[in-house]
Design a binder for this molecule. Structure first.
Ligand code: ADP
Ligand code: GLC
Length: 487
């Protein structure tokens, strides 16, 4: 089976969130199952050619891709996903991709990713790689199925190529004004008949939902949630129409990178047989962030994009109550300025209790996973969520809102324990309220002080297995199903 896996971010080359983690791991796991997979992403300014040993494909040379009335010269750079034989192909067009950020609010954001999408198709033609399935991820790649089936339908090479579209986040749909139609050479008729239109705007995600053979999202619970008004962000009716072709597959995590026994960012390693190293990491972390170390006080960690999705407003509602509890806090995050300011304010008022690192810091993310006792993720919605899964492996007990992938990966200790089952792995709450969050954090602190109980919860979590292998097998089945629909 031949797969083209297309993503706007891929670890380790460029990352803003979990999509990059998925795109860096899933293809490698697919290759282990015998899939012939090539990954495609834009060549951003920040990607260091030498560090990753990328080379310009002089054989293909540069070729024109038409966007907004101009032929734009595109080049291909080729490399491999580290430690694997999975090839990754970078689409190079400096005018669009050499910007200060991966995603921008610039006027031509639509053009950037339409160029990427068309260039992927034209690369496949030039490389003579005929995929059984093109696996598209999020809005940036959402037009590929439509382009292949409409603009490029003259090329019989793609006659049997099917599409899988993965929704990693419903909030970002690629909605643009009508101008986008001519910039991307999109058929006006498809706008007028609604195929690529939602609420009067061009909508890349809607196009993907209707032009892909199969659609999935990254957890079963989120798949069900997406078909409701509360979570569907306008896409719910379309997904309901496609419900027979829409499933949820939980993400895996890369335990080569996220395992406290081998994590290269940690000063002390540990595993399920001995948690001594965890305590040492906590002491080291507190030392680094200049908070006092006291074994008896739990350290609560947060690592997140600071976006409304992540439930920071709940935290804000009860922040002063939370700070009155006997706990310390370490928060790592970047994003919306209102949340950055909130955490700066708190850190200033509680310098011995609360530390905030504003920005993106991979090493600190690993250290927090290892050094914290409790990991907080009160998301409003969460398609899958990776940090709570990392936390489970690191013996860092997650406190989460019971939604999406959080509901599928964290089992509440008290809820299960009250049925006589001591299999819980964390704490969760359902209602989207600051009070419910506060109550769960209090429950976790209480149990932290009951050492045998705490150890049990930690070990239950550490035993859980969310490796990519199982998820990759499910993706392979989905590819086969998608391909069978184009026969
Ligand atoms: P999302 O993709 O919605 O941001 P996930 O939980 O799926 O949520 O993935 C987030 C990923 O990004 C994790 O690997 C996490 O460690 C990382 N991350 C998020 N914010 C930061 C940050 N400020 N610094 C370092 N890593 C971060
Ligand atoms: C998105 C979601 C997150 C998910 C990630 C990878 O960014 O917000 O929940 O884990 O994609 O699928």
């Amino acid at each position: 089976m031949k797969i083209a896996f297309v993503s706007s971010e891929v670890v380790p080359f460029a990352k803003t969130g979990g999509l990059a983690d998925v795109a860096g791991s899933l293809p490698v796991e697919l290759a282990k199952l015998g899939v012939d997979v090539k990954v495609f992403m834009p060549k951003y300014y920040s990607i260091d050619e030498r560090k990753y040993n990328l080379h310009y494909d002089g054989f293909i040379g540069s070729f024109p891709v038409r966007i907004a009335g101009y032929d734009r010269e595109v080049k291909l750079f080729r490399g491999f996903l580290p430690g694997s034989s999975v090839e990754i192909i970078f689409i190079d067009h400096p005018t669009y991709f050499h910007r200060h950020q991966i995603y921008t609010n610039d006027f031509d954001e639509d053009e950037r990713f339409m160029l990427f999408s068309k260039a992927v198709i034209e690369s496949l033609q030039r490389l003579k790689f005929v995929p059984d399935v093109i696996h598209c991820n999020d809005w940036q790649t959402g037009l590929i199925p439509l382009y292949v089936k409409d603009n490029y339908s003259w090329d019989r090479m793609f006659d049997k190529t099917a599409f899988l579209y993965t929704i990693h986040n419903i909030a970002y749909q690629g909605a643009f004004s009508k101008e986008t139609l001519w910039r991307g050479e999109l058929n006006q008729e498809l706008f007028d008949n609604g195929m690529i239109q939602h609420n009067g705007a061009v909508n890349f995600m809607k196009a993907a939902i209707f032009y892909s053979e199969m659609i999935n999202t990254v957890s079963p619970t989120y798949a069900a949630e997406l078909m409701t008004e509360e979570y569907g962000a306008g896409m719910q009716e379309y997904l309901k129409i496609r419900r027979d072709s829409f499933v949820g597959i939980l993400n895996g995590v890369d335990y080569d990178v996220w395992d406290p026994d081998t994590d290269k960012h940690l000063p002390f390693h540990y595993n399920i047989d001995s948690l001594t190293g965890k305590g040492k990491n906590k002491e080291y972390l507190l030392n680094q962030i200049k908070l006092p170390f006291l074994e008896s006080i739990p350290l609560i960690g947060i690592v997140t994009r600071l976006a409304s999705q992540k439930g920071i407003d709940l935290l804000e509602q009860v922040i002063w109550d939370l700070l009155s509890l006997n706990a310390q806090w370490v928060v790592l995050g970047a994003g919306e300025s209102k949340y950055e300011e909130l955490f700066q304010r708190v850190a200033k008022n509680y310098p011995r209790k609360f530390y905030f690192y504003q920005g993106y810091n991979n090493e600190l993310a690993h250290l927090i996973e290892a050094g914290a006792d409790i990991f907080l993720m009160p998301s409003h919605y969460e398609p899958c969520g990776l940090n709570q899964i990392y936390s489970l492996r690191y013996g860092t007990v997650p406190v989460v809102r019971k939604t999406g992938g959080l509901a599928d990966t964290v089992q509440d200790w008290n809820e299960l324990n009250s049925f006589g089952k001591d299999t819980g792995t964390g704490f969760s709450f359902e209602s989207y309220s600051g009070y419910a969050l506060l109550h769960s954090v209090k429950r976790s602190i209480q149990d932290y002080n009951n050492k045998p109980v705490w150890k049990k919860i930690q070990l239950n979590g550490m035993r859980k297995e969310f490796s990519w292998k199982r998820s990759a097998e499910k993706y392979l089945d989905l590819y086969k199903l998608a391909a069978s629909k184009r026969q």
